[in-house]
Design a protein around this ligand. Structure first.
Ligand code: 5AD
Ligand code: SF4
Length: 440
């Protein structure tokens, strides 16, 4: 029988990546194979994001191109899913504009994709199914993981924070934690398959377990994961600064498998803007927290997210962001230009910042962020680092690539036998976004 292929393209965050790994897992279970070129596909899936505007433009552009594909191959099935579909009216608008789309579903029902696939083949008409509200957590969906060395494990879904710029709570629903025993079982299984590193995922991992009965705190979860034999490294993201408590810092400091790396989105260095963002911490509280982390976890790498041009952001507010970045000396930062999201409070705030001003501030911020990254990376030069080898280097397949415990990307010459192993590497040169090493 002729092989059947699917092609999947994913925009947005790790959560969407994980959902796509589940869609792939389900399709492989029913006999499809993954392909890297959409021209060869029998099913094309776009897993969309709506956190910022440009992601939407990309989806529209891509769907337009598929009209030709469908004309050439009427049996092709086109599916669109993910966060963008959860926004009011968007799914209907997509189908109106792109009638060649066959299946549209949202973030709460992706586990039903095989069912939709069957239905569309039988009924021969487009399906839209978006659930307004989150259901309980569906366990046991097969996951087709990108890597054989490191895996992402979602520990909770949704977000309760309603930062005024952010669409996530509207499209991903309220916080729901997985049961600790399900998480531990999944990690044990991954370890038995040879995985060495786990990244725990959630929009706000620090509030893990508050909705469980009996409650289980995030630090308790970390400590029990640390007991798993054969597991080498654990990371997690994302932490909300208002919820990162001392017991979590202590767990990272005391547990040998917890990597010295924290992603701690600050969003702005101005307390006034943070208040308008509904972030529930001040500049001072953030800096205090960073001080505690640096004291308890020596050498910890800190990364962050920053938004430029939130409504009402003055030059003075922006300078406070720049000075905070310099004071913390982040290892890396994801920098974003504020993007108006329909349905969020900030969308209707007065004093939206001019595009030109946003871009000018953005460029100044990136310069400061990059100079901090290179400064932090230079501290590795001449030192040994433990690297978990993930595979061949992206740009030079004669080299290997892996990451330090602090999450720094290292490229170095070494034997392919090291893939999947921990090796000691001497760092000889630092760039802004990676390190160059020599295996010893
Ligand atoms: N505009 C710009 N950036 C945003 N983010 C979330 N919403 C917006 C928005 N409307 C950024 C935040 C968040 C990251 C995942 O995306 O910095 O931490
Ligand atoms: Fe969005 Fe804030 Fe929730 Fe993060 S914590 S997902 S920025 S609402």
């Amino acid at each position: 029988m002729k092989k059947k292929y699917f092609y999947i393209e994913t925009w947005g965050c790790q959560m969407n990546e994980e959902d796509s790994e589940k869609l792939s897992g389900m399709l492989k279970r029913i006999g499809y194979e993954k392909c890297e070129d959409k021209k060869n596909a029998d099913i094309i899936i776009f897993n969309t994001c709506c956190v910022r505007e440009n992601a939407e433009l990309k989806v529209h552009g891509n769907l337009g191109i598929l009209k030709k594909f469908k004309a050439e191959n009427p049996d092709l099935i086109i599916a669109v899913c993910g966060c963008m579909m959860q926004q009011k009216g968007v799914a209907e608008e997509i189908l109106k504009k792109f009638p060649h789309v066959d299946i549209i579903f949202g973030t709460h029902n992706s586990y039903k994709f095989p069912e939709y696939l069957n239905r569309v083949k039988q009924e021969n008409k487009s399906i839209i199914e978006i659930l307004d509200k989150e259901e309980g957590i569906v366990e046991g969906i097969p996951i087709d993981r990108e890597s054989d060395v490191k895996a992402f494990v979602t520990i909770m879904y949704g977000c309760n924070n309603f930062c005024t710029y952010c669409i996530v709570p509207y499209v991903r629903g309220r916080e729901r934690s997985r049961k600790p025993e399900n998480i531990i079982d999944e990690i044990k299984k991954l370890v038995s398959e040879g995985y060495k590193e786990i990244t725990l995922l959630g929009q706000n991992v620090n509030s893990f377990g508050k909705d469980l009965k009996p409650a289980c705190s995030f630090s308790e979860l970390l400590r029990s994961i640390n007991e798993i034999d054969g597991l080498e490294r654990v990371r997690f993201m994302t932490s909300h600064p208002k919820d990162l408590t001392d017991d979590v810092i202590a767990a990272i400091a005391e547990c040998d498998k917890m990597c010295e790396q924290i992603h701690l989105p600050v969003q702005s260095g101005s307390s006034r803007i943070l208040k308008n963002m509904n972030r529930h911490y001040t500049r001072e509280a953030y800096l205090e927290l960073v001080k505690r982390i640096k004291k308890k976890i020596p050498g910890a790498a800190l990364s962050t997210d920053i938004i430029i041009g939130f409504p009402g952001e003055t030059e003075e507010d922006f300078l406070e962001t720049l000075s905070l970045v310099k004071e913390v000396e982040f290892d890396s930062a994801f920098t974003f230009i504020y993007s108006k999201r329909q349905g969020t409070p900030a969308h209707d705030m007065e004093e939206q910042v001019d595009d030109e001003v946003k871009h000018e501030r953005f460029n100044r911020l990136v310069e400061v962020v990059n100079s901090c990254s290179i400064k932090r990376n230079k501290e590795y030069e001449g030192h040994m680092a433990e690297v978990l080898v993930e595979g061949l280097s992206k740009n030079d397949e004669s080299k290997l690539m892996g990451r330090t415990r602090t999450g720094k990307l290292v490229n170095f010459a070494g034997s392919k036998d090291s893939i999947g192993k921990l090796v000691q590497v001497k760092i000889v040169k630092a760039n802004s976004f990676s390190l160059i090493g020599e295996e010893i």
